[in-house]
Ligand binder design. Structure first.
Ligand SMILES: [Zn+2]
Length: 86
């Protein structure tokens, strides 16, 4: 029974922390449609060119493990190609 109420509190806290944009336990990934917990925080400028659509606002962006990997790959690629987009 106590686990059930803890879960309810957890999801409420999670929604709040998302609005505040704090990196803490229970913060969700900032990618639109992703509900995984965030493991990394990056600045919004670092997200440029990654192809990920980030929701919310603020200078910090939070990524889950999967999207962090996606971001890493994407930025690595764009750096090694050294090409202009147009
Ligand atoms: Zn994610």
């Amino acid at each position: 029974m106590s686990i059930l109420s803890a879960n309810i509190i957890y999801s409420e806290t999670r929604a709040e922390s998302k609005n505040l944009g704090k990196v803490d336990k229970g913060v969700g990934c900032g990618v639109v449609g992703c509900k995984n917990p965030a493991v990394r925080s990056l600045s919004r400028t670092e997200m440029g060119g990654s192809g990920l659509s980030i929701g919310g606002e603020g200078r910090r962006v939070y990524l889950c493990h999967d999207h962090y990997k996606t971001w890493k790959k994407a930025t690595k690629k764009s750096k090694s190609l050294e090409r202009t987009r147009w």
